[in-house]
Design a protein around this ligand. Sequence first.
Ligand code: PXL
Length: 245
Amino acid sequence: MKPRVLLVGGTDSSGGAGLSRDVVTVTRLGAEAALAVTSVTAQSDIAFNGACHLGAEHVAAQIGAAGSVGAVKTGMLVDAATVCKVAEALPDVPLVVDPVLASSSGHALLDNEGIGALLARLLPRATLVTPNLPELALLCQTLGLGQDVPLADRAQALLALGCGAVLVKGGHAKNGRICEDRLYTGPGTPPRRFRGPRFPGTMRGTGCRLASGIAASLAQGFDLPAAVVRSRALLVAEFAGLSRP
Ligand code: PXL
């Protein structure tokens, strides 16, 4: 049987991000997807027109019915009640938390209380958390860190909450055509650096794809650095073909 990955998050009607991207990524890497939908959003690449949230109880019911999985990936989690229910209901397998905070058009996908719950309840369970630079800044601001705290210390602040590793995605850095992601695994250990082409701002859903590709690879038995390499390679291949798989 193919390894299965549980994807917890929202749908995006434009198809640019969210669960539909996750499912394609997991499938492309040879795993199968189980789903727990947190919210059905109505959005395009430029506008957010509304969302229908499924509610914490129903999200937990979907997780309970998903069957056995080898890894979990979370994306849009809506609010604190959903975050807490997800944390309670999760099976004891590798967990990749993509801390989705806002849509590409700037609409909040997790409210402020939800950010607190994510830090307190979900990150301690996570094998990996995958913030981009704005997400890392907002998470650290919630933890009370000042704006000039260096990147490595911000990553350590998340590790101190109990997650196994932090992959800081460099896509939002203003440094030319190369994008560097850094994998932090513990205090005193220098980050492992992954370099690749910078995708254009118009390519939405790269964060969803990266995190779900890592979760699929973990479910298939790859170790964490190999899972990152494999998921990044798929993204680069898709980018080169300019395909939206
Ligand atoms: O890319 C993050 C993301 C995840 N999930 C949903 C989204 C977005 C970004 O817009 O809409 C549902």
